[in-house]
Structure formats: C-alpha cells, structure tokens
Design a protein around this ligand. Structure first.
Ligand code: SAM
Ligand code: SF4
Length: 467
C-alpha cells in the first residue's frame, strides 16, 4: 500500500505547474523535492513565491535558469542522494554559466554556509523558514555573490501564501497546518532543521481547504510533525482552537471533502480527536501513530515520553472508540544499545498492533542530535539491517492479512485517476487509504464510488464498482 505522506516513489520528483493565464515568464525554475510530505508542500509555497516574482516552472533541467533542490536530512542516505544529485547538475552549469543552483530545506538548515564550501556548484542556501527571501537571494547570486539565509523563525507559517499545486492529480492536496517541532526525540534532526513548533492561523487553513474544494479537490491531508499539539488562539473572538476543533472546521466545509491528517504523536493524540473522528464520516478512519520501538527502555532513551504499555493502552483506546480504524506506524531498528530481546519486543508489539502500514528504518546517527551527543551508535550495521529485514518480513504478513480481510467487503472509494497499468481501469482509495483498482465504466476522477473488493495483493485491492 502506498501512503502519500511518505511516498518513496516521489523522491526527487520534479515539479510542473500551469502558469496563471497571461503570464509569460522571462525565467524558469526547476525544483526537485526529497523527504516527507512537508517538504513537498513547502516546494509548492516556494513555487508560489517564485511565480509571484515572474518565474515560470519547468520540468526540464536544461531549460532552467534556477535549479532548486528541496532536501531532507532525516537519515544519512537522504543526504547522500542529494549530494549525488548535485554532482549531476554540474553539466548544466557548464553549459549555462549564469545558471543558479540553490539548496533548500533541512540539509540547507543543517549545513548552512558549510554547504557553499563543500559543494562549489551551489550558489544559494535557504532554510525552511526563509523562503520569502528567495527572490532577493537569487538576485544577489545573479550579481555574483553567493547567498545564504538559514534564519529560523518563531512565527513564520507562510499562512498568507496560496501554494501553487504542483504535479497535482486535482483530487488530493497536502495542507500544512503547523511548522517545526518542540519534541526532542533523541534520534531526530527535525527540531534542529525546522525550528520551534508554531501553528498556522486556523482561518487561513480553512480558507485554503475551501478553495481546494471549490477547485474540485476532494481530499485534504492536514500536515504537521505533531498535529495533535496544534494550538491556535483566535484573539479577536477569544477562542482557542485545538487540532480536534480545526479538523471539525475543515470537515464541515463539505461532506464530500475527505480529511486526513499526519503525524500523530502517541503522547498527544486526545479522546477529543477520536470523538471528532467518530462524529464526521468524511474524516478518514486512519491514524498514523509512530511508535519507533517496542521496548520501554529504548523508548526512554529515544525520549519519546511514553512506555510500551502506555502506547498499547492508546491503541486499545483507539480500537475501543473507532473499532474500524486503520493504523500505521514508524519503527527504528538498532537504536543505540538495543539488545536482541528489545528487538523482539518491537516485533511482539508489531504482532499486537498488526499495522495496516509500517515505515521501518534502521537507525542512522545524525550529527548534533541528542543521541549523537549522548550515546554510542554501537549496534553493528549488519545487525541493524538484519533486524530491519526481520521486521519488514513480519509486517508483510500483517499488511497482507489486512488486505485479505477486505476481500468480499464494499468500500466507498474516492477516484484519483486512471490506473498506471491499464487505461481501462481506474484507481482510488478507501477511507483506510488502501488503493483499489476497478473497471473504468463511466466514472470520473474526483467522484466517489462504491466498490466491492474481489481480490487483493499485499499492496492493492481489486474489485467491481456497484452501480
Ligand atoms: N514527527 C513524526 C513522528 O514523530 O513520528 C515523524 C518524523 S520523521 C520525518 C519520520 C520518521 O523517520 C520517524 O518517525 C522515524 O521513524 C524516522 N527517523 C527519524 N530520525 C531517524 C534516524 N536518525 N534514523 C532512522 N530513522 C529516523
Ligand atoms: Fe522528530 Fe520526534 Fe519531532 Fe517527530 S516528534 S519530528 S520524531 S523530534
């Protein structure tokens, strides 16, 4: 099953956008994005800023006057991919000496001006809170000056910028509701690269979702590193808006608009959120609840602030209030000092939760994080990888089981487009975010259709539409 929030297939994707009518750009930018959905959403903000300044988007590197790479730092591999990609841009610079190459996002924030020293090809380095200054930085670079802005902000949310939807299927969109993170999970670089947590104005979020709905979109995913700690104070009306309240405001736009959200931190997801999910049919019955480890000792070292038992109680509560709720997770194998028994605890937790979907990684030490400073990265790489393989194999059984349980059932499917494999078939998603493929008939993208599932693979459901 493919989850759009962490979509491996989108890594390095280049963006195309349709220009507002009547605009004939003098210059073109090319932007490629890596990492999580937040980064992809940020690239849409960057596109809006650049288009406002007369740039057009291109998916052809050789046509670009400005090449941007929106980077990820979460694991070493993500950074290596970007470094390799940068070397490939050398040929374009050789062919077009006034081409500007810029690095955006988490790697820019982590490495700052060091990037300019290490990668001679790079002209500008821009952190996630400094995108408004991008046109000025490009102008500086055009004048021959390398330019850096990696200032983190306590209040930047880009609330007033209407993102330009890039590579959109016109059905689902990501909407950023907050930025940064105040948690200090010891393995994680995000608090250092994306700064303090801040919530975006609730009314600007609702407005963006309404505009999307009016443009034909039928699904929004509300994005934040920790959505359950969303908190906005409407000073004018003396109102406090929690995540549950915000979700309700978005759900009320129309029953035809599906609402998803990611990511929920187990310590912060409240009953209020679960009750709101119960109340609105268009809030999808699916929660991404990363656990990271099944061992209380490891969880403590990770600074996740909950124990195995606490997490299990949370899962039980979810199943009690939302018996049909889909559940997914993130897991890390081979964190500092993790023993074989503790790895087995992670496996048994997975057995207990039987996740519909799991993102599993082996631990990758990130410079500057609490874990890098405090603990030795002492689990050998082969052991980390072997544990990961075992976990992936176990999860494969669970995800197949989860798909098999759906055979024979009928689901409301939101159609996202024509199946990649056949023009005669459409694909869409269930409430639980599972991909369903079925014959095209007269159905169209953006419509809801009831589909009876008759078979499955580990990643896809197949069925027939019920007329
Ligand atoms: N804020 C979200 C949360 O707390 O679940 C997700 C943050 S991160 C972008 C996505 C996932 O990457 C994490 O849940 C974690 O499993 C994984 N991750 C983060 N740092 C890592 C590291 N140093 N090594 C391996 N995996 C890591
Ligand atoms: Fe990283 Fe933890 Fe924040 Fe998620 S909650 S972004 S894992 S620090």
């Amino acid at each position: 099953m493919i989850d759009k929030v962490h979509d491996e297939s989108r890594q390095g994707e280049a963006f195309a956008a349709t220009l507002p009518e009547g605009l004939l750009p003098q210059k073109h930018f090319y932007i490629e994005s890596y990492g999580c959905a937040m980064n992809f959403a940020d690239s849409e903000v960057v596109a809006a800023i650049l288009m406002e300044h007369g740039y057009g988007a291109t998916t052809q590197t050789e046509l670009a006057d400005l090449i941007l790479v929106n980077t990820c730092s979460i694991r070493e591999k993500a950074e290596l991919t970007v470094r390799k990609r940068l070397t490939e841009f050398k040929q374009y610079k050789r062919a077009k000496p006034d081409l500007i190459v810029g690095v955006l996002g988490c790697m820019a924030e982590r490495l700052k001006s060091k990037f300019l020293e290490e990668e001679k090809l790079v002209d500008i380095v821009v952190g996630p809170d400094a995108y408004r200054s991008l046109p000025a930085l490009v102008a500086e670079a055009n004048g021959g000056q390398k330019a850096v802005n990696v200032l983190l902000s306590r209040d930047e949310t880009y609330a007033d910028i209407a993102p330009i939807r890039l590579n959109s299927n016109g059905v689902n969109a990501f909407v950023s509701i907050m930025r940064g993170c105040n948690n200090m999970c010891s393995f994680c670089v995000v608090p250092f690269t994306r700064g303090r947590e801040r919530s975006r104005d609730a009314y600007s979020i609702v407005q963006e979702c309404k505009a999307l709905f009016n443009d034909g979109y039928r699904e929004v995913t509300l994005l934040g590193q920790n959505v359950d700690s969303y908190h906005f104070i409407d000073e004018k009306n003396n109102l406090e808006i929690s995540f549950a309240k915000l979700m309700e405001m978005v759900a009320k736009i129309s029953p035809m608009l599906r609402v998803r959200f990611s990511t929920s931190h187990p310590k912060d997801i409240t009953d209020e959120v679960l009750f709101t999910m119960q109340q609105y049919e268009n809030i999808c019955n699916y929660i991404h609840l990363p656990v990271q480890s099944g061992s209380s000792r490891v969880l403590q070292m990770m600074n996740r602030t909950y124990s195995r038992e606490w997490y299990i109680a949370k899962v039980n509560r979810i199943k009690e209030l939302l018996p049909d709720c889909g559940l997914s997770t993130d897991m890390i194998t081979g964190f500092c000092t993790e023993t074989e028994e503790e790895h087995q605890e992670s496996m048994s937790l997975m057995e207990y939760c039987k996740y519909d979907l799991a993102y599993m990684y082996f631990y990758s030490e990130r410079p500057g994080t609490l874990a890098a400073r405090r603990f030795e990265d002492d689990v050998p790489l082969e052991t980390k990888k072997r544990r990961l393989q075992e976990m992936v194999a176990l999860h494969r059984q669970h995800s197949l089981l989860s798909m098999q349980k759906d055979v024979g059932k009928t689901f409301k499917v939101l159609i996202e487009g024509v199946s990649k494999k056949s023009d005669e078939e459409l694909y869409g998603r269930t409430d639980h975010n599972k991909v369903v493929i079925f014959p095209k008939a007269n159905f169209k993208k953006g419509e809801y259709v009831m589909v009876k599932v008759d078979r499955c693979t580990a990643g896809t459901l197949f069925g027939q539409a019920i007329h």
